[in-house]
Ligand binder design. Structure first.
Ligand SMILES: O=C(CO)[C@H](O)[C@H](O)COP(=O)(O)O
Length: 248
C-alpha cells in the first residue's frame, strides 16, 4: 500500500498559524513515486500539497495529480505539479482529502467547501483513500462536532422538492446554502446547488446515503460511507492520531 504518514511539525514557529487554520500539527509525508494522486479540497489539504510539492522538488519524484475541484486544480498548478484528469487517469493510486467530520467507523461528512461530488468521484477511483483532519473533526457519531448538516448537491430546479423529500423521510431540515459574497445560493463547480441537511438524530448512514441518492434531482451526498481507509488526525498537542476502519 502507498505509505502516508504524518509527523510532528519540526518547526514550532509554524504552530500558531497552523492552529489558527485548524491544522495544528499536520505535516504530511507521502512516500510515493510514479503514482497518480487525487488531490482533495479545503484548507487542510493545502498542507499536504505543500509537502507533496516539496518532496517532488527535492527528490525529483514523478507524480501526476487529479484535482477534486477548481480550488484543487489551482493548488496543483500553483505548485507546478503535473495536472491530469479522470479521462487520462481514471485509476488513481491514492486520493488524499480533508473532512468535516469523521465518526468512529470512518464514516465522513464532507462538502463543507461544496466540492463533495468531485471529491467522491475521485476518491472512488482511487485504490486508497486517505483523510487528513485536525482533532476538531474527530467524533464518536456524526453530528457531535459538525453542526452544519450533511451537504447534498442538487440540480437547481429540484432543490425545493428534494429538500421536502429529505425532511419528510428522514426528519430535520434541508436548507439551501446561500453564498456569502454573492447574492443568491452557492453554485458548485458543477453548476448545481447545495442543501445542508440538518438531521435530528443518528441514522444508518449507508442506508440514508443510498436513499437520498435515489431522490430525483440529487447529484450526490456528502456522506462518505466505507470509503476512507485511514484517517490522520493532527492533535492539539502536536501529535498525530491514526484511525483505521473497525474490523468486523
Ligand atoms: O469536503 C470538503 C470540501 O468540499 C473539505 O475536505 C472539508 O470541508 C474539509 O475542509 P477543511 O480542510 O477546510 O476543514
Amino acid at each position: 500500500m502507498t505509505e502516508v504518514s504524518l509527523s510532528k511539525t519540526p518547526n514550532p514557529q509554524l504552530l500558531p498559524r497552523c492552529c489558527r487554520l485548524g491544522c495544528a500539527t499536520l505535516r504530511i509525508s507521502v512516500l510515493i513515486n510514479n503514482q497518480v494522486v487525487g488531490v482533495g479540497s479545503g484548507s487542510t489539504i493545502v498542507y499536504a500539497v505543500d509537502r507533496l510539492a516539496e518532496r517532488v522538488r527535492q527528490e525529483k519524484l514523478n507524480i501526476v495529480c487529479v484535482p477534486t475541484s477548481f480550488q484543487a486544480r489551482q493548488l496543483i498548478l500553483k505548485h507546478g505539479l503535473s495536472l491530469s484528469d479522470l479521462d487520462r487517469h481514471p485509476e488513481l493510486d491514492v486520493a488524499i482529502d480533508g473532512a468535516d467530520e469523521v465518526d468512529a467507523s470512518l464514516t465522513l461528512i464532507k462538502g463543507g467547501g461544496g466540492c463533495l461530488t468531485q471529491e467522491k468521484i475521485v476518491a472512488g477511483c482511487a485504490k486508497h483513500f486517505i483523510v487528513i483532519a485536525d482533532y476538531r473533526k474527530d467524533s464518536k457519531a456524526l453530528g457531535q462536532q459538525w453542526k452544519k448538516g450533511v451537504p447534498v448537491e442538487v440540480i437547481p430546479i429540484a432543490y425545493v422538492p428534494v429538500s421536502r423529500a429529505i425532511a419528510r423521510r428522514f426528519g430535520g431540515e434541508a436548507v439551501l446554502r446561500m453564498a456569502v459574497s454573492k447574492a443568491g445560493p452557492v453554485v458548485t463547480d458543477n453548476s448545481n446547488f447545495i442543501l445542508d441537511w440538518k438531521f435530528e438524530h443518528a441514522q444508518n448512514w449507508k442506508e440514508v446515503n443510498t436513499a437520498i441518492k435515489m431522490i430525483p434531482g440529487v447529484v450526490e451526498t456528502g456522506l462518505f460511507v466505507g470509503m476512507a481507509e485511514r484517517v490522520y488526525f493532527g492533535m492539539e498537542d502536536g501529535s498525530v492520531k491514526i484511525r483505521d476502519p473497525p474490523v468486523n
